[in-house]
Design a protein. Structure first.
Length: 76
């Protein structure tokens, strides 16, 4: 399944690059060093290749569904 990335803002402050956006509709914020990006800021494709894995890694972990506990009723 392909992921859908949306970049909302890209800001620079000193050597820090902050990117906000969404991955599959889930908000993410990336903070990285511009020096780490190197030549990745020279073109749109290079930027996409640099930022996409960082955005994907920033996704919050999905909770584990314990199906054996769903629908459980008890009194205590």
């Amino acid at each position: 399944m392909a992921n859908t990335y949306v970049i909302n803002t890209v800001t620079e402050q000193g050597d820090t690059l902050t990117v906000t956006g969404t991955v599959n509709g889930i908000p993410v914020t990336i903070n990285t060093w511009i020096s780490a990006a190197g030549g990745s800021l020279g073109s749109t494709i290079a930027f996409e290749n640099f930022i996409a894995p960082l955005m994907l890694a920033a996704l919050p972990s999905a909770p584990t569904v314990l199906s054996s506990l769903q629908g459980l009723n008890f009194s205590k």
